[in-house]
Design a protein around this ligand. Sequence first.
Ligand code: SF4
Ligand code: SF4
Length: 118
Amino acid sequence: MAEDQEMLECQECSAECEKVVYPAACLAMNCRFLYAFNEDGHTFFGCIEKVFPHEIDLQMFQDIERGKGGFGVVKVARQPLPQCSVAVQSCYAAGEGPLCRNLYFKRRDRREVQTVED
Ligand code: SF4
Ligand code: SF4
């Protein structure tokens, strides 16, 4: 990994943490790396930089976004750009969080999405 590359996931303890991004933020800022296309009457959008690799059905996205909690996050697959709304999603058993050995990874993000799994 090149020095200027940030870690996208960490498994240095019994937990698993990974970087995620909010597609809603990509749309809200009208990021210049967004693209969209139509297929079978549906509009899909994605990220040219493939920070997230999926092409998302816009109608489905908007329907979920209106619901409680919104669409949420997708896993980051490639190095995020400065404008990407990046967070860290953590899966660990209750009580293991304070044992984090990689606080740089955990704190680098702007928000934390926590998924607790026993
Ligand atoms: S570069 Fe970042 S902000 Fe822009 S579309 Fe891709 S993930 Fe979203
Ligand atoms: S809790 Fe800390 S050490 Fe453990 S996987 Fe997450 S970032 Fe890495």
